[in-house]
Every structure is written in C-alpha cells, then in structure tokens.
Design a protein around this ligand. Sequence first.
Ligand SMILES: [Fe+2]
Length: 265
Amino acid sequence: MSTSFRRRHFAGGAVGTLALGLTGLACAPQAIHTNESRRELSMSDQRIDPYTWPHKSLRRLLFDVTTWAGSVDVESASAMRELRDGVFSALDVVDAHAKHEETFLHPVLATKLPDFVRELDDEHRASRREVEELRQLLGAAVESESTSQRKEASLTFYRAVGRFVGDYLEHLDVEEAALPTYWARFSAEELAEVMRRFHVSRGPADAILDLERMLPALTPFERNELLLRMHASAPPDALRAACAAARRVLDAGAFARLEACIGVP
Ligand SMILES: [Fe+2]
C-alpha cells in the first residue's frame, strides 16, 4: 500500500465504521457567534444520523482508490502490489460498514420499515458480489505474466471499480434520503440506542481508526461537533487519544482550527 494512501486512510491500519452520529453540539468560537451556526445547531438538535459522516469517509476512500487505479504505474510489479493491498483494505472497509449497518441498524429499522430494509439488504448483497469481483479482477491484473496483459487487465479493473463506485454512491444516497423517514418513525432514544450498541462493540483502538479515517472527510464545523461531543461524554483519556488522532490525520491549519475550538488537552 502506498505510504500516502495509508497515511490518508489507514493511519492505524484497520477497518470499520458505522458512525458517531449524534448531531447537536457545536464549537463555541465558531458556531455560537454566527446566526447560521445557531440555525444549524437548532435544526440538527436531537437528530441521530448514522450515515452522513461515515459515508463521507467512504466516498473519500473510494474516490482515492479510483484515482489511484487510474494512474498506477502498470509496468511496475511493486506498484501494482501496493495498489492491490490498498484497494483490498478499502474494500474491507466497505464490507465492514455494510456488516455494521446490518448488525446494529437494520434490525431496528425492520420493526417499522421491513420492505425498505429488505431493499437495503439486497443492495448490500449485490455490493458484496461486486466487491468480490473487483478483488478477482485486480488480483488477475497483478498476476499478469506480461506487461501488455497487465495493462489490459488494469484498465479492465479501473473501469470496473469506476462502475462499482457509481453504483455504491447511489446506495449511499438512498440510505441518506431515508433519514427524514427514520427521524419521523423512530424516537431519538431508539436511534441513540443503535449508536450506543455500535460504539460499545468497537474497542478503543477501532474507534480511533474510525476517527482517523472520518475526520479528514468532514467539514471543520463537523469535526468540531464530533470532538465536542466526545469532550462532553468521553473520559479524558479517550478525548486525548482522539485529539492525538486528529493531529496525525489533519493538516496543521485544520488541526489548529479544531484545537482553537475544543481546547485540546
Ligand atoms: Fe448500506
């Protein structure tokens, strides 16, 4: 896996995510001083959103994978192996995300929206099949015996991953479009319980890896909101670990902005 790709997406080297999705907190310096932020705060208050932030993280990951696949040096066996490792790790994240939704969110949704959950499960099954095909296509490209075969197989993979990302973006959009229905049909407590069970299932190390992948994909306002939520609810050690993660994955300017908001311990 290339160093830059690993740094961007796998700073600690593992997979996972559903979400850290309670909105409603905002940074004092940046949020409370503007009417727009006040309005955003009140609109988002009490809404549990299991999708938007982890989906941002997934989009960023898949866009990077696609760009990498289109620009890799196909004449270099080592560059192709790096691409394979990076893509396989990214696909592990995609699979894990679906598994988290199916384990924690879908059973609750199915109590009131069974047909919709069946649709989502079907899409997850199709996505898993496509992911497996992508692994096989890329594996074949890496194992090609001649450079000309590798060029052709790599282009075939690149086009396939582009099609997959196109389909996957639609899936993410279907899920996010359902959020108002969730908020209308389920109480904040029911959705909060989904998130609580998910977070309990993630050990501290996995939670930090989720955070490392998510923070760079969020807006500064969202990063503040996420860390302020931790500030309000997590033990000091967890907050310190989260801030250290933010320092690792954000550029200096973005981290300074976060630090000014939350008062990094
Ligand atoms: Fe999904």
